[in-house]
Design a binder for this molecule. Structure first.
Ligand code: MG
Length: 297
């Protein structure tokens, strides 16, 4: 069971759930569920980020609601009309933190040394973009690259957490494209300047479509990330090939800045990054999580 955020025809942001390959309106179902349980005063769950921040985003919660509704009335009553207008699963993170050079072959392809401890940087939250929306190439910045990555969304405040407790702070997993103005990044690196601006243009952070509860994925090492541009496979790696694993990343980050619920962590990209051209379709896929697709404008 996977969750997502979407925009209704009336312009409302709501929570959806994917169950048995169909998409349902979870926000609408939640209101009925509360009545079924005689608790009309239960929390409002209009926004997936609210559910995450309330530490309420668990597979058990999603299942309990969907199964209770299924007992009471046909689930098709909550079926979403297609096409669904997806939004980023969490739309207002306090920060987006990204790990750089977390796959050996990718560090080598850009001529960088393999790091001995995690390298991290951030993207502006205003760069967030959704599934099936356009990545806009800014004028006069030269080469712009795709970077397919596994993303984690923080579910509990994490400050100085040891690796053994790190994953308990994660609400779930998603897919992210760490779009990068590569020429600008290289020039800034060479000049000893931060490369924040090359990562932060509007539309440079597609994420989604789904947020998969952490407990749904027990063996994250086996997850296979594939990136296709115009249908051709360009990046392919498993999470086990990361230099720094997921728990190590969360623990390390939390020693430098407090992770807040709703924050997004991008875990680094494998080898095979490349230039985007206007008209390209970029697709980032991990079968168990979904497929994030964007067209380049
Ligand atoms: Mg990256």
């Amino acid at each position: 069971m996977k969750a997502f955020s979407f925009l209704t025809e009336d312009g409302l942001i709501q929570i959806g759930v994917e169950y048995q390959e169909k998409l349902y309106n979870f926000s609408q179902g939640w209101e009925i569920y509360k009545q079924l349980k005689g608790n009309g005063q239960g929390p409002e769950l209009g926004f997936l980020q609210v559910m995450v921040e309330a530490d309420f985003f668990q597979v058990e919660t999603l299942q309990e609601v969907v199964f209770a509704l299924r007992e009471a009335q046909p689930l098709d009553d909550f079926l979403l009309k297609t096409p669904v207008r997806f939004l980023p699963p969490v739309g207002r993170p306090q920060k987006i933190l990204c790990i750089g050079r977390n796959y050996q072959e990718h560090a080598k392809e850009l001529g960088n040394p393999v790091p001995s401890e995690p390298v991290f940087f951030s993207k502006a939250p205003s760069s967030l973009n959704a599934h099936e929306q356009e990545i806009k190439l800014p004028p006069n910045v030269g080469r712009v690259d795709f970077e397919g990555e596994l993303a984690m969304v923080v579910g509990r405040r994490a400050q100085n957490v040891p690796e053994s407790q790190a994953m308990a702070c994660i609400a779930g997993y998603s897919l992210l494209n760490d779009v990068t103005a590569r020429d600008m990044q290289r020039a800034d690196q060479k000049a000893g300047r931060p490369w924040f601006r090359s990562k932060s243009f509007d539309t440079f952070c597609p994420i989604g479509p789904f947020l998969v509860p952490r407990d749904m994925l027990s063996n994250t090492d086996a997850l296979q990330l594939n990136v296709r541009v115009n249908g051709e496979v360009r990046q392919s790696a498993t999470v086990s090939q990361m230099i720094f694993g997921l728990a190590e990343i969360v623990s390390y980050l939390s020693k430098h800045c407090t992770l807040e619920p709703g924050d997004i962590i991008a875990t680094g990209t494998p080898a095979g990054v490349g230039k985007l051209h206007s008209g390209d379709t970029v697709e980032i896929e991990i079968i168990e999580i979904g497929s994030l697709k964007n067209i380049v404008k």
